[in-house]
Design a protein around this ligand. Structure first.
Ligand SMILES: *Cc1c(COP(=O)(O)O)cnc(C)c1O
Length: 455
């Protein structure tokens, strides 16, 4: 008899969480409220009504611990959820580590990443309130693909502003969005005031998430029939991602292991929060002892090098002010291939828990991230998205640390997406054409000098 080592901890197909898990009521200190950029007073629901449907605005500030997932959303989730929890046994062997390495594979969603968890929910709530058109931004194209697909399912039009550098690097992502029926424009574009302002100063601008957000928000603000959808950062987006962590808690129980460290890469913070918040809820009750680690690119290190301050979520200063770790809203991050991590700010909720010491943050350089992703691919057969490579790199670092200590360690990380549309960046890496970007200290200092003054 061949002895079989378990590698997959799967839940039954219909075993999808009934509710999203809201950490806000359990936080030891409440979050600072978002402010109106003109009056500097806390925002009311009506201030956000031009951009978002009321149901999502209310989720933003909800004090309910559990928020019911609509039946139709759960039904769509059932196409790829519960997502697999895998034990990376071959990677463990390759590293010769006593650590157990588990990963939650969000790359199995038809859009290729965790983003579909919130895209479906956001499209659904918009549809309930009679919205017909959604505008959005996309960095690497993952969010745009997810929202395009969700809009196709629910019969909404989708307009996507895609960061210029990704638009050029990832033509297949654009093709996928168009296949789902979305219209895709490179950002900065000549079609909005925000885009034109950037192009006037920097005709060759590679774009950034901050710029693309301004363009998408502007389109929604100017058209009463269009609302805006954001793929990360906001509380309701992070909330929708908590299906990941809730499933992972049950799957780790099936595996009979308790995580010592839980890892996610952070761009805006949503896949990280989706995995860790349900565990953090237990940690706050003394039922989980895991360290929680956010991993960001060394070239765009908001949590580790940014200021925890009120700032705009976008470059054109159309959004409310939120308190977060920020590198300054005018900072345009270097064109690293992990486009989904090129954001100047961080989810206020993630910033808040890091600020409270409930989670830690670390950085990985681009070349180390790709080296880790390739090592993972050769051991596990899954090519991670460049963003997810940052989490892989930290998981490997932790496993090697356990080896050096000669002690076991249970590591759980979020494999936020697959890299099948990112092979151009793998080609560039293997050809030795990628470089590490040093921390752009001067540009960040300049951008931080421009932080809005909030008393
Ligand atoms: C968008 C994206 C990220 C970064 O966004 P978060 O909101 O921080 O999760 C990470 N990984 C993948 C695969 C993505 O598509």
């Amino acid at each position: 008899m061949l002895s079989m080592e378990t590698i997959a901890y799967n839940l039954p197909q219909n075993h999808i969480p009934q509710t999203w898990c809201n950490i806000l009521p359990d936080l030891p200190v409440p979050m600072a409220p978002p402010l109106h950029p003109g009056t500097l007073q806390p925002l009311g629901p009506d201030d956000l009504a031009p951009l978002f449907p009321m149901a999502l605005i209310m989720q933003e500030v909800s004090t309910e611990r559990e928020i019911e997932i609509p039946g139709e959303v759960r039904q769509i989730y059932a196409q790829w959820r519960p997502s697999p929890l895998m034990r990376a046994r071959r990677l463990e062997k390759a590293l010769d580590t006593p650590a157990h390495i588990y990963y939650k594979n969000e790359g199995v969603s038809p859009a290729g990443s965790h983003k579909l968890n919130t895209a479906v929910a956001q499209a659904w709530y918009n549809k309930q309130e009679g919205v017909r058109h959604l505008s959005t931004e996309t960095g690497a194209g993952q969010w745009g693909s997810a929202l395009s697909m969700a809009c196709a399912f629910l019969g909404l039009d989708c307009k996507v502003f895609m960061v210029r550098v990704s638009y050029d690097q990832k033509p297949y992502r654009r093709a996928l969005m168009e296949t789902f029926g979305a219209s895709v424009t490179a950002s900065p574009s000549p079609f909005t005031d925000s885009g034109r302002a950037i192009l006037a100063e920097h005709p060759d601008s590679p774009g950034s998430l901050g710029i693309a957000i301004s363009e998408a928000v502007e389109v929604a603000a100017k058209d009463p029939g269009t609302k805006y959808a954001l793929g990360s950062v906001l509380n309701h987006v992070l909330l929708h991602q908590t299906v990941i962590g809730q499933e992972a808690i049950e799957q780790m129980a099936l595996a009979g292991d308790d995580p010592d460290v839980i890892i996610g890469c952070t761009g805006g913070g949503s896949n990280f929060a989706g995995l860790v918040m349900p565990f953090l809820g237990r940690k706050l009750k003394g039922k989980c002892h895991a360290r929680i680690v956010a991993v960001e690119p060394a070239a765009c290190p908001s949590l580790t090098k940014g200021h925890f301050a009120y700032d705009f979520g976008d470059t054109g200063h159309l959004t409310p002010l939120v308190k977060m770790h920020t590198l300054g809203s005018s900072f345009i991050p270097p064109g690293i291939h992990a486009g989904g991590l090129r954001y100047h700010g961080m989810a206020p909720l993630v910033s808040h828990v890091v600020n409270l010491g409930l989670a830690e943050a670390t950085t990985v350089h681009q070349l180390d991230a790709f080296a880790a992703g390739i090592q993972f691919a050769r051991a596990e057969g899954i090519v991670p998205a460049p963003e997810a490579n940052h989490a892989v790199a930290e998981a490997i670092r932790q496993a090697l640390e356990a080896k050096a200590e000669g002690k076991p360690r249970v590591i759980l990380f979020n494999l936020s997406g697959h890299g099948h549309f990112d092979m151009q960046s793998y080609i560039a890496y293997q050809a030795g054409k990628l470089e590490n970007y040093e921390y752009p200290a001067e540009e960040i200092a300049m951008a931080l000098a421009g932080l809005p003054a909030v008393p």
